[in-house]
Design a protein around this ligand. Structure first.
Ligand code: SF4
Length: 285
């Protein structure tokens, strides 16, 4: 049986995640008490690997008073950062520089008198870190145009718009285009990260040509879930997995061209493991 397995060119670790991962590895060389507040990145296997090397995952600063604290790639709320500084932690700030753009942008626009529309997912840690810079009366987090109705703009005619870095461009475009019907003034900071856009475009392009698409990455990772949704548009035989153990033989029957794409928190080694596993399945069919 002849087959072709093609890996999307930019699949895997993005700049910010690689930077955070490398910073932890570097800190582990010298620091014995190293804590990661929340998951450093959305990839259980990578986080487990780091904990095996000595890093500890904590979900709050309660009961932990010293040591080295790594700030995850998605950032943490400013209040938490201040508590960590007050406690005297050595801070390793692995917040992605591109996540600092919406953090600082939201604060700037708010100081300039705009009501802030944060376009993104309410439960996402990056959004928690962005809105922590704002007064709770002075922003809304939404992706739905229905939240931005006539009544809303009557109260807030002048809005500043900030986007979650992993937001699909189309969602931002819809929000802006809708808001133009009502707003008196709109100031936009396009904080969508290129890494996300490039991965999405490549995944779409690969899905157009492939008979089967494997999307590798955390089930809780927003950017990986989005890759799966996009891939599904052109290739219904698309599967989102976290590890090669989830691959099923049936997916590869009567299939010649297999595409692999991966979220920004997936290291190359995991992609290669999946590729090898697919080869072993194909050789049995
Ligand atoms: S996706 Fe972009 S913003 Fe998010 S961590 Fe990666 S490089 Fe940074």
């Amino acid at each position: 049986m002849s087959y072709n397995i093609e890996i999307a060119r930019h699949a895997g670790f993005c700049f910010g995640v690689k930077r955070a991962y490398d910073m932890v590895l570097e800190a582990l060389k010298t620091d014995n008490s190293l804590y990661m507040l929340g998951d450093l990145i959305h990839n259980k296997r990578v986080v487990n690997e780091l904990t095996e090397m000595g890093a500890k995952v904590i979900n709050s600063l309660e009961g932990v008073n010293d040591g080295t604290l790594v700030i995850r790639a998605h950032g943490i709320p400013i209040e938490e950062l201040k508590v960590a500084q007050t406690k005297g932690f050595k801070i390793v700030d692995a917040t992605c520089p591109y996540v600092k753009i919406p953090q600082k942008g939201a604060l700037k626009l708010s100081q300039e008198g705009y009501f802030i529309v944060v376009v993104g997912d309410k439960a996402h840690p990056e959004i928690d870190s962005i809105v922590s810079y704002l007064n709770s009366e002075n922003f809304i987090v939404t992706k739905n145009i229905s939240d931005l109705n006539y009544e809303f703009f009557k109260k807030h005619p002048k809005i500043g718009v900030i986007a979650q870095t992993t937001l699909p461009l189309q969602t931002l475009q819809e929000i802006i285009s809708h808001s133009l019907n009502y707003a008196k003034e709109i100031n936009i900071i396009n904080s969508i990260c290129d890494a996300t856009f490039i991965r999405q475009e490549e995944t779409l392009e690969l899905a157009r040509r492939a008979d089967c698409m494997i999307i590798l990455g955390g089930k809780h990772s927003a950017n990986t879930t989005r890759l799966k949704e996009l891939s599904n548009v052109y290739c219904s035989n698309t599967h989102h997995i976290e590890s090669e153990q989830e691959l099923e033989v049936d997916w590869f029957k009567n299939v010649n061209h297999i595409g692999i794409s991966a979220g920004a928190s997936t290291p190359d080694a995991q992609i290669e493991m999946v590729r090898q596993y697919i080869i072993s399945i194909l050789e049995q069919i």
